[in-house]
Write a protein that binds this ligand. Structure first.
Ligand code: ZN
Ligand code: ZN
Length: 361
């Protein structure tokens, strides 16, 4: 991909185009003209190609891979692709200054699907402004600093979706409660009959079949647990086949957690769900799994990009981040606290309590 990978020119004036959220058009930044995207393959259902997991990147056809030029932040490790109409001197994920020294280019698996932006930048900015204004105990100069230092950047984040059919054979025990009665001496010396609970165990074994679909795993670690909350909200029905035009005017992060590494995380999630399924099948009041062996079949995956509005800012030497799911509008953010404001608040509570005590005396 070239530097201007994510751009095409306006049909009316030759200006730079940006994908208009919620539409199927690119809007010109100069004359405002809407340029309709070629939608001949807009329908995702029509392109349900999933890759076989076992195929290595070198086994994939040339059309399914791309050479990506990206800049890496030395502070948080985020790797983003740069396009000539979207500049930033600071890292979009942590707010640290970025020095662009020789770009790193690497061969990557090409995304197959994209969830386009639905939330516009203006809607995003309004949400950011009201979030930051609404923060309790925020330092007074935060509003200015945060909005001055960083705008809101539209960023496509890499994810892996996995599809796996699993068969698990297990052995275990089903526990069923039964009750006996016993006599208990009361404080006043009388006797009372009480029920006592016991568990009777029955050995059991069986096979559980579970098919996993659209199991979403992050393709990078830059967003941490906040990113995990936002990713759960994505709706895959809104996905369209990968199309560079949809990326026009936005940045994209390159995956740094590769296919096989991310799969380990998927396996952990599957294992938890399989355990739950076994317990449900065992039934009874209590369950114990003694052994289980899972076979994974038909492992397939898709590499997709999903939209996020992100603002990273540094405040007194620390990084903070505000994010909006670009499809659903859900927010997530980390924020600084003003020690002075909290101290004043605590001091005033102490003062009120002291005053009350004095008045009540
Ligand atoms: Zn134009
Ligand atoms: Zn960074």
């Amino acid at each position: 991909m070239a530097d201007n990978q994510n751009q095409v020119k306006c049909r009316q004036c030759g200006g730079t185009l940006m994908f208009a959220p919620g539409t199927t058009s690119l809007q010109c930044e100069f004359c405002g003209a809407m340029n309709e995207i070629d939608k001949s393959n807009w329908d995702y259902a029509g392109m349900a190609t999933k890759h076989n997991f076992l195929a290595d990147i070198s086994d994939l056809p040339e059309t399914e891979t791309e050479v990506v030029h990206s800049v890496k932040c030395n502070c948080c490790g985020a790797q983003t692709t740069f396009s000539s109409n979207v500049h930033s001197a600071n890292c979009d994920f942590c707010g640290s200054p970025i020095t662009v020294g020789g770009d790193a280019s690497s061969k990557r698996i090409k995304p197959q699907g994209v969830i386009p932006f639905k939330v516009t930048q203006e809607e995003g900015r309004n949400k950011f402004a009201s979030w930051i204004k609404g923060l309790w105990f925020a330092p007074g100069d935060l509003v200015n600093k945060a909005s001055m230092e960083s705008g809101l950047t539209g960023m496509y984040i890499p994810y892996w979706l996995y599809y796996v059919d699993t068969v698990t054979r297990y052995t275990g025990k089903r526990g069923e409660y039964y009750y006996t009665e016993k006599q208990v001496k009361q404080a006043d010396g009388t006797m009372k009959t009480e029920k006592e609970q016991h568990t009777r165990w029955h050995p059991t074994s069986g096979t559980v079949y579970k098919n996993f679909k659209d199991l979403i795993i992050s393709g990078s670690n830059t967003l941490g647990s906040e990113g995990d909350n936002l990713k759960k909200k994505f709706k895959f029905e809104g996905m369209v086949p990968y199309n560079e035009q949809i990326l026009s005017g936005y940045k994209s992060e390159t995956y740094s957690v590769d296919l096989k590494e991310a799969y380990k995380e998927a396996q952990d999630i599957m294992e938890r769900e399989i355990k739950d399924a076994i317990k449900e099948e065992i039934g009874g009041d209590k369950q114990e799994i003694e052994s289980k062996q899972t076979t994974e079949n038909n492992i397939e995956y898709k590499h997709i990009l999903a939209p996020l509005w992100i603002s990273a800012f540094r405040y007194e030497g620390k990084s903070y981040r505000f994010m909006i799911n670009g499809q659903t509008g859900d927010l997530s953010g980390s924020r600084p606290y003003s020690k002075a404001k909290i101290a004043i608040f605590i001091a005033s509570i102490v003062a009120v309590i002291t005053l009350l005590i004095l008045l009540l005396k």
